[in-house]
Design a protein around this ligand. Structure first.
Ligand code: GLA
Length: 502
């Protein structure tokens, strides 16, 4: 029979009497009093003995196994990892103190230092994390027929994070129309993390107080020829700590469809604690993909699990229309370049209906030069990436509008052939990428990754294209000097010359 902490004292007396180690002091269930809401430690449980084992139960990540659990006298030490392969496992300690135990450790950005009391079976039962297994039969869902070209729109996260509300979203929708962005193709108005409230008595997810009428907001957005997007997680908590769809997948999909939502970004977040294997990750996305389809409403399905588990190979099979290929972008050249040049996913995975998502744009947020933002847009366009603006459309400058609405750049991104471009070669700080287009033309991007301008001279032969009848430059009449055999271009610092040849 399992011993619980309440009995530990009795057990200890017996154990000491027979000369056993005092490890039994920590054996049992320990209920944590107050802890930070992230990760919301509820309790932990240690099974002492020759090969000790244990679990740490949290609101965010469920019951996580204690790894390398060692018990020495009054102290147990163990490692906890939340399933995020980018984070190192941290060492935690549980130390007997008086009648209780002091628990100390780190997880992600949070330090936990909490005291715990011996728990009863009733408490253990009440605090247990109920694992909701995703459907374990993997299957190929039929395509929802959406996103024949990469989705374009706006998303709240990069500029506003969770400081977003109904009023701002309506103003953004208005600005999308007034600025000409809508007519250039940017139609999704996506509210990222931070709109979620609590569930009602029937489990129906409500928006929080900043979004008093989600259906009304959808009507407002639709009336302007735009579409509305929302965000959720397969975990109990979103990445910013809001309520996730855990245990309410079908119900949430119906709620969103009822409001008139057109796009869902589904972010693994706390689900990474217990949906760890590639099969589990795929299964949890399949569950939401099927639930969205079952609503009968056309809803673009955006997968956000940071490119793990070879998502590009199965994103379409869960009825996904786009899938992130990397961690989060920041508004800096280094962050953008790290994703844009090297984390664009496998080109063969992309095509009409399903796209590698290099993350939302930072154009207009101020952390990069205009040339760096041109590089940002060119990398995304060359790789057929979704274009979700991430700036404040209400206050953007005409220069930002011009960056975002360049016709040559957008036509490359939205090319109906849907073939993702690739790096053709790298020569020092110069990178040349090409992308075949539907009409037989070739998109060519000459990137300069150096901190000074560079002159490039390229021949049609090395680009693999016949001398084109026309050479169209994005943004400016490109500083390109044409000859019979190729062209010369001066490429600005961290900049690009983006061309359509043919
Ligand atoms: C994760 C995602 C981001 C954003 C935040 C919101 O970090 O990758 O794109 O949605 O969560 O909390």
């Amino acid at each position: 029979m399992r011993r619980y902490g309440v009995l530990a004292g009795v057990t200890l007396a017996v154990a000491v009497a027979v000369g056993a180690a005092r490890a039994g002091d920590l054996d049992g269930v320990w209920v944590v009093g107050t802890t930070p809401s992230f990760p919301g430690v509820r309790m932990f449980e240690i099974h002492a003995g020759p090969s000790p084992s244990g679990t740490l139960t949290t609101d965010w990540y469920g019951a996580m196994p204690m790894r390398n659990l060692r018990i020495t006298g009054d102290v147990a030490s163990f490692e906890i990892d939340n399933g995020n392969p980018r984070l190192q496992a941290h060492t935690w300690t549980a130390t007997r103190q008086g009648d209780g135990v002091r628990l100390v450790g780190d997880i992600w950005y949070q330090h936990v230092d909490a005291s715990a009391h011996a728990g009863s079976e009733t408490e253990r039962h009440a605090l247990a994390f109920t694992l909701q297994p995703p459907p374990m039969v993997l299957r190929a869902l039929s395509s929802n027929g959406l996103a024949r070209t990469p989705p374009m729109g706006w998303s709240s996260w990069n500029k506003f994070a969770t400081r977003i509300d109904d009023v701002a979203v309506r103003q953004i929708a208005d600005a999308m129309v007034a600025s000409g962005l809508r007519d250039a193709g940017y139609v999704y108005v996506n509210i990222d993390d931070g709109w979620q409230g609590a569930r009602d008595a029937n489990g129906v997810l409500q928006p929080n107080a900043k979004f008093p009428d989600m259906a009304g907001l959808a009507r407002y957005v639709h009336a302007r020829g735009l579409k509305l997007g929302l965000y959720s997680s397969p975990g109990p908590k979103s990445c910013a700590g809001y309520v996730g769809s855990y245990g309410h997948v079908v119900q949430d999909a119906r709620t969103w469809a009822g409001w008139g939502v057109d796009y869902i970004k589904y972010d693994l977040c706390s689900g990474e604690g217990f949906y760890r294997s590639p099969t589990e990750i795929r299964a949890t996305y399949q569950e939401m993909g099927a639930a969205l389809q079952a609503t009968g409403r056309p809803i673009v399905f955006s997968l956000c699990e940071y490119g793990r588990a070879d998502v590009g190979s199965w994103g379409r099979l869960v009825a996904g229309n786009l899938w992130r290929t990397s961690g989060d972008i920041k508004d800096s050249y280094d962050s953008m370049a790290a994703i844009g040049f090297d984390k664009g996913g496998k080109p063969e995975d992309a095509g009409p209906g399903g796209w590698n998502d290099l993350d939302m744009l930072e154009v207009g947020n101020g952390g990069m030069t205009a040339d760096e933002y041109r590089t940002h847009l060119s990398l995304w366009a060359m790789q057929a990436a979704p274009l979700m603006t991430g700036n404040d459309l209400r206050t953007m400058t005409p220069e930002t509008v011009a960056l975002l609405t360049d016709k040559t750049m957008l036509a490359i991104d939205q090319d109906p052939l849907g073939r993702q471009g690739r790096r053709l070669f790298k020569r020092g700080d110069l990178e040349v990428w090409t992308r075949p287009l539907a009409d037989g033309a070739m998109a060519v991007a000459v990137f300069n990754r150096a901190a000074q301008p560079l002159d490039a001279e390229l021949s049609w032969e090395e680009l693999g294209v016949a001398a084109p009848a026309r050479l169209t430059g994005a943004w400016t009449a490109a500083p390109v000097e044409r000859s019979a055999s190729g062209f010369k271009a001066s490429v600005p610092t961290h900049g690009v010359v983006l061309l359509r040849a043919g």
